[in-house]
Design a protein around this ligand. Structure first.
Ligand SMILES: CC(=O)SCCNC(=O)CCNC(=O)[C@H](O)C(C)(C)COP(=O)(O)OP(=O)(O)OC[C@H]1O[C@@H](n2cnc3c(N)ncnc32)[C@H](O)[C@@H]1OP(=O)(O)O
Ligand SMILES: CC(C)C(=O)C(=O)O
Length: 532
């Protein structure tokens, strides 16, 4: 690694220089191992949507489920197999004939299907999980792989808990699987126990020692119990593994699996140091992450590599200054390469003058040196007190008219009829520029009815970008805090309202955001925007 890494002088190897031998097969198991994560169960439709995206994204193999596990799993694997355009569709099965036959049936509609069969090989799994000895394990490998091969010539075999299995015995198991026709041998670090150098040595040892190893593809399947899943997978690749099993957002059993987006972007970004490549369209990674997060309701941690919301966000002045001058100073990959439009300069207490000036420019302000210094001091003081500094906070800091603008719209009263007998109706009275007006509106739910009443009395072109409700206190009498974000001409105004009545809080939040927009518009063009 040199200080020039990823700089202009170190360009990636062009595609035509890529060797087929260095191609890493991406095997996604979000729908199987990912779904084993407690609470991550996906519906049939959600699985189809995820599979479609993985297929479009260039995932080589999609492990779509465990067909013997349930009728639902069988049906989703089968439907995914029917619909897949490019990916190989794989199903998991134990070393048991009914599992394998059920799996074969499920993947049958696929253009290219794979049976993945596995058995525990470690002393712990032999003794406690299955109560069998080494010979019986070998016997079951023979029977299961042979059976799988009778259905398809694409058979993957896995030695569950490989990293805690005696090396000599593991070699015998792998040899048996290869002899019986396995075309991919997957080496799982089932409990996330291995260290990267150990895992690398294990792959190397198997490739060197097992007869026939050069005829098949070795694969990694690493769990993240020690946070080493990605490191272990890549270590395996450096010693000859050419398939990596991984999941979107690193979802999976316990602490999860190797994250697909991290594996792919590590290979892509460090192509100066590693000759490997994948067939993934990296610009779809963010979409895939968002989809999986939405369907599983598992939020992505803010600082998650590649797809976390802070992965391309910079708050500190020195970093923001660097990014403004040349993004490579603090970014090793471009946001566009993972499907984002741009880096995010977050204004906060650690921001410096360069970023502040840039933000002002973006908001349409050019201040002289003294005014700028003055505004910067006030901005720092505000950022010290406030967790989030929004654009409108900065506008209010530098724009006297906005700061002193009084609210043109005030909430006077709100009555809402909700419930099952619909339609939901809101009767709203507003004070608009000192005159009271009342309007009754219907909507698709009480919030929609309330906002419709506001729109009827105060026509505007701003669109609702975000509506969020938080309970600030606990219990059924909790104070609700509602955030409303409106967008007009690419500019955002946020309003926050609280009340024990969520609908009143919603109306307040909307009106606050609207008042901010009108305050801006008054500055832009003094004639009123508001039809009242
Ligand atoms: C590391 C991994 O991720 S492995 C995959 C884990 N995923 C899952 O288990 C999800 C789907 N699983 C299921 O729906 C169920 O466990 C089923 C349908 C597979 C089996 O259900 P049941 O028949 O009720 O068995 P149960 O789950 O309680 O126990 C597992 C049985 O499989 C055996 N077994 C476990 N792994 C294997 C294997 N690879 N090959 C053969 N038998 C195995 C166990 O020894 C145990 O057998 P026993 O009943 O003779 O003691
Ligand atoms: C079934 C195998 C591949 C597995 O999920 C594991 O060992 O973690």
């Amino acid at each position: 690694m040199t200080s020039e890494t990823n700089s202009d002088s170190k360009t990636k190897s062009p595609k035509e220089e890529r060797r087929e031998d260095d191609r890493v097969i991406i095997f996604d198991t979000t729908l199987r191992d990912g779904e084993q994560c407690p609470g991550a169960t996906m519906t049939y439709e959600e699985k189809l949507a995820v599979a479609e995206l993985l297929d479009d994204m260039g995932v080589d193999v999609i492990e779509a489920g465990f067909p013997i596990a349930s009728q639902g799993d069988f049906e989703s694997v089968s439907e995914i197999a029917k619909r897949a355009k490019n990916s190989v569709i794989c199903g998991l099965s134990r070393a048991q004939i009914p599992d394998i036959d059920r799996c074969a049936e499920a993947i049958k509609p696929a253009k290219r299907g794979r049976i993945h069969t596995f058995i525990g090989t470690s002393p712990l799994h032999r003794k406690y999980q299955m109560g069998i000895d080494q010979d019986e394990v070998l016997n079951r490998i023979e029977k299961s792989v042979t059976r799988a091969r009778s259905h398809t010539d694409d058979v993957e075999w896995s030695c569950m808990d490989a990293t805690r299995t005696e090396e000599d015995f593991l070699c015998r198991c792998v040899e048996m699987a290869i002899q019986c026709g396995a075309t991919t041998v997957n080496i799982p670090d089932t409990v996330g126990y291995a260290l990267p150098h150990e895992f690398a040595e294990l792959i190397k040892m198997l490739i060197e020692r097992v007869p026939g190893a050069d005829e098949i593809v070795f694969s990694t399947h690493c769990h993240d119990d020690l946070g080493l899943a990605v490191a272990n997978s890549l270590a395996g690749v450096t010693k000859g593994a050419r398939q990596v099993e991984c999941t979107i957002n690193g979802l999976g059993e316990r602490a999860g699996n190797a994250a697909l987006e991290e594996i792919v972007m590590a290979i892509e970004t460090r192509s100066d140091a590693m000759p490997y490549w994948t067939g993934i369209d990296t610009t779809m990674l963010t979409r895939a992450s968002k989809l999986v997060s939405a369907v599983t309701a598992f939020p992505v941690q803010y600082n998650k590599a590649i797809v976390g919301r802070n992965a391309f966000a910079h708050e500190s002045g020195i970093h923001q200054d660097g990014v403004l001058k040349n993004a490579q100073t603090f970014e090793i990959m471009t946001p566009e390469s993972v499907g984002l439009t741009q880096s995010n300069l977050v204004m906060g207490k650690h921001s410096g003058r360069h970023a502040f000036r840039e933000k002002l420019k973006e908001l349409g302000y050019e201040l002289g040196d003294n005014a700028f210094e003055d505004a910067f001091v006030r901005f720092k003081a505000l950022a010290d007190r406030k967790k989030h500094v929004y654009d409108e906070d900065i506008e209010a800091l530098v724009d006297q008219e906005i700061a002193t603008a009084h609210d043109r719209i005030k909430l006077v009263s709100l009555t809402v009829i909700a419930g099952t007998s619909g339609p939901q109706k809101a009767t709203l009275t507003l004070d608009i520029d000192g005159k009271q007006q009342t309007h009754e509106a219907q909507g698709d739910g009480p919030v929609d009815a309330t906002f419709a009443a506001i729109k009827a009395m105060v026509p505007h072109t701003a669109t609702l970008e975000l509506y969020q409700v938080h309970a600030v206190t606990e219990g059924t009498d909790a104070q609700a805090e509602v955030t409303v974000r409106l967008e007009e001409d690419g500019r955002i105004a946020t309003g926050r309202g609280s009340d024990t009545d969520t609908l009143v809080a919603s109306a307040r939040a909307y009106i606050i955001a609207l008042n901010k927009i009108f305050a801006r518009d008054v500055r832009k063009k003094p004639e009123t925007m508001m039809a009242s």
